[in-house]
Write a protein that binds this ligand. Sequence first.
Ligand code: MEV
Length: 327
Amino acid sequence: MKARASAPGKAILFGEHAVVYGKPAIAVAVNRKAIVTIQESTEDDIKVKIPELEVYGLIDLVKGTISPKDENFSDVTPTYNTGILDYIQHALFSDEFNLDHGLDINVDLEIPIGAGLGSSAAITVATLAATFNYAQQELTLEKLAQMAHKVELKVQGSASPLDTTISTYGGFSYFTHKQGAIKLETNMEMPLVVGYTSKPGNTGKVVANVRKLSENHPTIINPILDTMETVTNQAREAILTGEEKKIGELMNINQGLLDSLGVNTLELSNLVYEARNAGAIGSKITGAGGGGSIIAYCPGRTQEVLEKLQSVENAFPITISSEGVTW
Ligand code: MEV
């Protein structure tokens, strides 16, 4: 028995942080994925391999516990990267499945972790879909999105359903906590370059810092969050009508607002300005900030922006994936 599923990462174009306060965000699925393969094994435990991260783990089938290992499955000290194994363990040990034999699980990961590109959501969604596929159980996208969000909540303590929703459904989404994701029907091609710093962001910590700031300065921060909402709503119109210049301007305004929330860093700011200098018409932090990534919108200038950002930090071009999870 062998089963496979893949799920895309995401990039937030507008509205990160404001979305935590009930405001809308616009996010897209990107053409970088997590691909999970599950195969029956003759051994009586579950071996997990994520070769791109050099992360390996062993799940005890009886206790359901996962321990990080090296590539020979000998003991190893946990690192930042091995934390990703917890998502796989919680996905496999949800109430839906009754795992009673050993498995070999392989994750091909095309998304850098800690870069604000939804790698943990993509791994969770793909692991759940591959497990349903392996167990030959019925699955709907709605159920998958809900289960994946629960896994993120268990592992992280708090999480918005944004990443898991985008990874499940794909495409362009306008998202609010109340209404969930509404697909934006557009064929707009957005040439985007992601630049990511070598310092992974800590979403929980950055979100908590913004919360503290908003409690200390409510009369200042609340209007900033309201303005972010206006930016996102105007961006939605600009995306639907294909107004490139306006989208770029709104991204730059959104960056200034994010900076005022204290989520910018010297490295992120540097990437933002290098991208603009190389011809991006809009560039901003994507995701929580405090490390992680920026996104640059660069119609006709992808190569120039890519080369510039690669000379400073890490960068790669992305395209929007209309496809979500597949199995
Ligand atoms: C993180 O990718 C986006 C934030 O808005 C947090 C969240 O929505 O959970 C910063």
